[in-house]
Structure formats: structure tokens, C-alpha cells
Design a protein around this ligand. Structure first.
Ligand code: HEC
Length: 198
């Protein structure tokens, strides 16, 4: 005689296990595509690479209760508008340079890295570059010779020369500009931008 109540039968729990596994699998597939759509360049949170041709600002959004990037009018990098393919090439060169030189040994980028040196996620918008018109020139000078062109406020730390070529440094600037346009849910927190005091 089998007195096992229906909710305790092996057959029922096998079915439950199969269904939970199958539904979790479907959910993971859906979430994977959803994340990919959001994190791909040209998606809802990560602008296309040609955003390097635009003015980028970072403003408090009352409804969302956090800072959000705001893409403005034309403001081409080094005064030269790039088509989508060239913009991607520049951003990609910058990203590979940052990876190759292991900048995250000291810096943080999109939540990855160290806090020995400033978070670079919104560095493009950092008031350290003094003004929007001076910015590219100052960034380039700094990246090519950070010891001579120190920018940190009251920081006693100095960035050692990373021996970038000028092409690599320009790529890094494109990468930093593009990255500053990414909606990072308000990270890094409490960031004051270059346009805040203007
Ligand atoms: C050994 C540590 C170290 C490494 C490696 C390093 N940096 Fe830095 N970096 C610093 C320090 C310290 C500062 C702050 C000093 C200053 O502003 O003069 C800084 C500042 C900066 C700034 C200015 C940040 C801002 O918004 O004020 C940028 C941009 C930057 N680094 C880019 C890079 C890039 C790109 C690389 C890799 C090619 C790199 N760094 C590698 C230590 C490092």
C-alpha cells in the first residue's frame, strides 16, 4: 500500500524540477538579449560611437533621481566630425590602449579597477580640464606627459608616463568621451562636471 500524499510523490517533484529549470532557462535567454540590447553601442543606454561628435553633459534627472548623460549639439573631437566607422575605430584603439597598458591597475573604468587614481568613467567631464574649449588640448598634453602636466586637485599622487603614442592618446580621448555618454545609473556617485560651474 502506498500512503504517500500527492504533494510528496517523486513524480510530482520531478515535474516541478523540470518546469522550474525550463522556465529559468527561458528567463535567462530573455534577460541575456535584453542586456545585450541595452549594453551594445547604439542601444538605449550606450550611445553609438559617433556620439564623440556631440556635446556630452551630465545632469540630474528629477524623475529618475540620479544623474544622466545628456547628448547635446555638435562638438566634434579635435574639431573634426568622424563617421560611424572611424569613430568606432578611434574608440576601439583607445579601449585597446587602456587594456594593453593596464590603466585599471590604478584607475577604475565602469566599475572595474582600482581606486589609487581618479575614476575614469566620467573623466571627459572632469573640471580638471578647466574648460570645454581647452579640454582636448589639455587631455592630450596630459596623456603624453602626465608628469609635466599634472591635473589632480591637491593630490600628491602623480601618474607615471605611460609612453603612449600621439595616435594612442587621441584614441584614449575618444574612448573616454564615448564612455562619459554611457548611462551608468549615476555612477560614479556625486560627480561634478566641467559644465557645472559655467
Ligand atoms: C601607476 C598608476 C597609474 C597608471 C598605471 C595610470 N594612471 Fe592615470 N593617473 C594616475 C594618477 C595618480 C592620476 C592623478 C594625478 C594627476 O591628475 O595628475 C592619474 C590621472 C589620470 C587622468 C586624469 C583624470 C581626471 O579626470 O582628473 C587620466 C585621463 C588618466 N590618468 C588616464 C590614464 C590612462 C589612459 C592610463 C593608461 C594608459 C593611466 N592613466 C594609467 C595614476 C595612474
Amino acid at each position: 500500500m502506498n500512503n504517500t500524499p500527492p504533494w510528496a510523490t517523486e513524480a510530482l517533484w520531478k515535474k516541478v524540477a523540470v518546469w522550474v529549470t525550463a522556465l529559468s532557462f527561458v528567463l535567462l535567454v530573455v534577460l541575456t538579449f535584453d542586456s545585450m540590447a541595452k549594453t551594445a553601442a547604439g542601444g538605449s543606454r550606450v550611445p553609438a560611437y559617433s556620439v564623440v561628435n556631440k556635446q556630452i553633459d551630465y545632469r540630474y534627472d528629477q524623475a529618475a533621481q540620479r544623474y544622466k548623460p545628456v547628448i547635446g549639439g555638435e562638438q566634434p573631437l579635435f574639431g573634426k566630425a568622424l563617421d560611424e566607422a572611424t569613430a568606432e575605430q578611434q574608440v576601439s584603439l583607445g579601449k585597446k590602449t587602456v587594456q594593453g597598458k593596464n590603466c585599471i591597475n590604478c584607475h577604475t573604468i565602469l566599475g572595474n579597477g582600482a581606486y589609487y587614481a581618479p575614476d575614469l568613467t566620467k573623466s571627459w567631464l572632469d573640471p580638471a580640464w578647466i574648460s570645454e574649449t581647452e579640454r582636448e588640448k589639455r587631455m592630450l598634453a596630459f596623456l603624453l606627459d602626465p608628469e609635466k602636466n599634472h591635473v589632480g586637485y591637491g593630490s600628491t599622487r602623480r601618474m607615471p608616463n605611460q609612453h603612449l603614442t600621439e595616435a594612442e592618446a587621441r584614441g584614449v580621448i575618444a574612448f573616454l568621451k564615448w564612455m562619459s555618454s554611457i548611462d551608468t545609473n549615476g555612477f560614479p556617485h556625486n560627480f561634478k562636471t566641467i559644465t557645472a560651474e559655467q
